[in-house]
Design a protein around this ligand. Structure first.
Ligand SMILES: Nc1ncnc2c1ncn2[C@@H]1O[C@H](COP(=O)(O)OP(=O)(O)OP(=O)(O)O)[C@@H](O)[C@H]1O
Length: 816
């Protein structure tokens, strides 16, 4: 089997018949051809005579397989057939369309790969015949895995095989496509090639396989698969496999199956899940989910664990925060928005790990065959019982044992247990030991506080989870209104509960109709190129802020840029989070509480009644606790206060409202302009006359005061001279700043700056220094200075406005 596509070159490396003796080249060739024809004739005959229901078929050697396939199986240590292989391979070898259903880990991959190889062998397929078989997988991880198994068992065939899953340039893949006989692909990427790669011919296709067929046929892939099938020839064999196979007639019609054989290997089984799988569930309130998970990990450090969440955002947040808390078990995370190389590396690291915990989305829920997984934890309730079955199927594979635990929110318990019962899933309730319970809320809070990026992830995790619950179709299980959103936000270490807002529009309809898996892996598969649904318009011109906003989770500012973009249509659709597209947004809690009050028309913000915000078709209930918290925050309360009106100061320093030009009509109504002008001039003249009078009186008063003060001072000096006890300036010495600080600040008394009121006199000893001087005082000061000599006087050139000015001024004086 030659491997090509995205993996390696397309050169043939088949080993079959290589060591046979070669007497003469031409002779040997014709002999070989003849023998080959004889063998093939016999093989076809054996297949025709094969009884597909024969109880004698137990091993691969009991099947009429070509030597290349048989030896490949032997070399890969596959000998005994599993139930589904025993039932499906004979029917497929005989050319039937097959709908295969069997439990997880029961060997469905070989059940379709063996017929694929045989089909092309029987048709004597060569590289010049083009594409003979197409195998479609819903995820890249599964496609890679199928490709690896194909390489193993097909090692002795001469076919070329390729992997088409994206993650590489389309051109690079396209160059090799034409040479491939077997392709393993994801739907979106394959469709891209069929639409865009010139000369890629699929008209000869012999066999089409859909692994996880129910998933590929459901809404997430509907349009891609339908378009893809349109390119394929109608005359072909089709094989569909899944652990949760449906016989939906509409699906069969879409794929134009001809009298398909339904193979259900475990139809009569008591349970839909492997018998060696032990399943249990824990009822854990949403607000305690992470505590429970943390406790679980801490008590299972020597295990290999997969933890499923409903969204990549949840995966990222839990991974990043638990990593900081160092649980003592290696942590990995996997979701659809990671780069292809990272996804491959994480998958292979987890495969080869002995112990470790992988946080993952449903991107690895189906088909992926991680060896020796001990536990599957479903931290978020799956959207339906089928998803549950696939998730738990990552453990207890083939003949190994495994355990699975489902976390259920109290509101989900009854409804989901009913769904599991309907699907024949046996599960028992367990409780967490009291001594193992530990709240990690505070630690998360502190990590969120330290890292804005982590906090951002927490908010996103909150939104993506609540959104997924809101969108669930099965309202008997998922009861959005019963969720403790505040508690959940707190458990993620968030300081407040992000407000959830539902946008109106077509997209909501689409999201609502789609299943949760379709949403999460649909968006994931976009980045993977798997879904092929949502592609950014590359030609669209985007602003700097839009580009910044798209760089989510890279730094704290990305959210800031998104805010800048505002609410206009274009920007909004770009700035919303990739898999939160057009749906929910974080808003400040306070704003809405305020709006809420306004909407409710209440004057009493302390009411303890829960509040209800209308959100499109739904309601968000905000309880009284949040409101009380809100009222304690002064900053937030500012929002409730009157914002005030704008004032401007005129030349005299008087505040007055901002002048606004009067409307022309209003002005005309007041009368003729000439009369108004005269009235205005008269009023202003009167005002000026009044002001003039007041000024004159004030000046007169000041002059009189001045005279009186001068007289009083002269009287005082005469008395002091008489007593020989004159107060000297600067006697205190020391730090002039200290002195200045002890003085009254200019204007404090509202008077003329003297710091004195009429008639008041400080006692002579306390009056160490006055710092304002009027003209007469200044003259007097100078006179005294001359008289005493050598004494320093602090001169105040200007009236300082405040203490800083005084200090600066004093410092300047000191330098002098
Ligand atoms: N005949 C066989 N003998 C031994 N091991 C086998 C045989 N067939 C399959 N296996 C092993 O069983 C495991 C599960 O096989 P496979 O991945 O094909 O299961 P599946 O039915 O496709 O599971 P899922 O439903 O999860 O996709 C693999 O590790 C595979 O190697």
């Amino acid at each position: 089997m030659a491997a090509g596509g995205t993996k390696s070159g397309g050169a043939k490396n088949g080993l079959a018949h290589r060591n046979k003796p070669v007497p003469k080249k031409a002779e040997a060739k014709s002999l070989k051809r003849k023998r080959g024809q004889e063998d093939l004739g016999k093989l076809k005959e054996a297949v025709e005579q094969l009884d597909p229901k024969s109880p004698d078929i137990k091993q691969f050697t009991d099947l009429p397989l070509c030597e290349a396939t048989a030896s490949g199986l032997r070399a890969s240590h596959f000998e005994v057939l599993t139930d589904v292989q025993r039932a499906a391979i004979p029917l497929a070898l005989k050319g039937n369309d097959v709908l295969g259903a069997a439990k997880t880990g029961s060997g469905k991959t070989l059940a379709f790969l063996v017929p694929v190889l045989e089909k092309l062998y029987h048709a004597k397929w060569t590289e010049y015949d083009g594409l003979g078989a197409l195998i479609i997988s819903p995820t890249r991880e599964l496609a890679v895995q199928i490709f690896e198994v194909l390489r193993k068992i097909g090692r002795n065939h001469y076919f070329s095989a390729g992997l088409v899953i994206g993650g590489k340039s389309l051109k690079e893949e396209a160059e090799r496509l034409g040479r491939m006989n077997i392709l393993v692909c994801t739907p979106g990427r394959m469709l891209q090639h069929l639409d865009q790669t010139a000369g890629f011919d699929v008209n000869n296709l012999q066999i089409l396989v859909l692994d996880e067929a129910d998933r590929i046929m459901d809404m997430g892939f509907q349009s891609a698969v339908d378009a893809l099938v349109e390119h394929l020839p109608r005359t072909r064999q089709t094989l569909l496999f899944s652990a949760t196979q449906s016989k939906r007639v509409s699906d069969l019609a879409r794929l134009s199956l001809k009298d398909p054989e339904y193979v259900s290997a475990h139809e009569a089984a008591v349970s839909a899940t492997p018998t060696n799988l032990q399943q249990s569930y824990i009822v854990t309130p949403l607000a305690e989910k992470l505590d429970t998970l943390w406790g679980f990990l801490r008590t299972n450090l020597k295990s290999k664990i997969i933890v499923f969440f409903s969204s990549g955002k949840q995966v990222r947040f839990v991974f990043e925060s638990f990593k900081r808390m160092q649980p003592g078990i290696p942590l990995l995370h996997l979701h659809g928005r990671q780069k292809q190389v990272a996804r491959m590396e994480i998958t292979s690291r987890f495969s080869s790990a002995k112990y470790g915990c992988l946080f993952a989305t449903d991107v690895v829920a189906r088909g992926v065959d991680f060896p020796a997984v001990d536990w599957v934890i479903q931290a978020d309730c799956p959207e339906d019982a089928d998803t549950y079955i696939h998730r738990v199927g990552r453990t207890a594979r083939y003949e190994s044992k495994g355990r699975a635990v489902l976390f259920l929110e109290p509101s989900e318990e009854e409804g989901f247990l009913k769904r599991l019962e309907q699907k024949k899933v046996p599960i028992q309730k367990v409780n967490v030991r009291e001594n193992k319970k530990k709240s990690i809320k505070n630690e998360l809070q502190s990590y969120n506080f330290q890292s804005a990026d982590l906090k951002y992830l927490g908010q996103k995790a909150f939104i993506s989870y609540t959104r997924s619950i809101y969108l669930q179709k099965d309202k008997e299980v998922f009861k959005f209104k019963e969720l403790d959103l505040d508690g959940f936000a707190e458990s993620l270490g968030l300081a407040g509960t992000p407000q959830i807002k539902y946008h109106k529009g077509e997209d909501i309809k689409r999201l609502k109709n789609a299943s949760r898996a379709a949403i999460s892996s649909g968006s994931e598969s976009d980045s993977d190129g798997e879904g092929g649904k949502r592609k950014k318009d590359k030609d669209q011109v985007r602003t700097k802020y839009q580009k910044m906003a798209e760089r989510q989770n890279q730094d704290v500012l990305s959210s800031h840029y998104r805010k800048i973009l505002g609410d206009d249509g274009q920007a909004t659709s770009d700035n919303q989070d990739d898999d939160d597209d057009d749906f929910l947004s974080v808003k400040r809690v306070l704003a809405d509480d305020a709006q809420l009050d306004a909407a409710a028309g209440t004057d009493n913000p302390t009411t303890t009644e829960p509040r209800v915000i209308k959100l499109g078709n739904s309601e968000l209930i905000i309880d009284s606790n949040r409101r009380e918290k809100l009222l304690k925050s002064k900053k937030k309360l500012l929002k409730y206060m009157d914002k005030g009106s704008k004032l401007v100061f005129d030349d005299d320093g008087n505040a007055r409202p901002v002048y606004e030009l009067q409307d022309e009509d209003d002005f005309a109504q007041e009368g003729p302009a000439d009369r108004l002008r005269r009235q205005f001039v008269a009023a202003e003249t009167e005002k000026v006359a009044e002001a003039d009078l007041a000024d004159k009186q004030a000046a007169k008063l000041r002059r009189r005061e001045k005279r009186e003060r001068q007289k009083a001072r002269e009287r005082g000096e005469e008395a002091a001279e008489r007593e020989g006890a004159l107060q000297l300036d600067g006697d205190e010495g020391g730090d002039p700043l200290a002195l200045l600080r002890s003085l009254p600040i200019a204007g404090d008394d509202g008077g003329d700056g003297s710091g004195e009121e009429e008639g008041e006199r400080e006692p002579p000893r306390k009056k160490a220094r006055k710092w304002f001087q009027d003209d007469s005082e200044q003259e007097e000061e100078e006179r005294r200075k001359k008289k005493k000599g050598g004494k320093r006087v602090i001169e105040m050139a200007e009236e300082p406005d405040n203490l800083e000015d005084l200090e600066a001024l004093a410092a300047g004086l000191l330098e002098d």
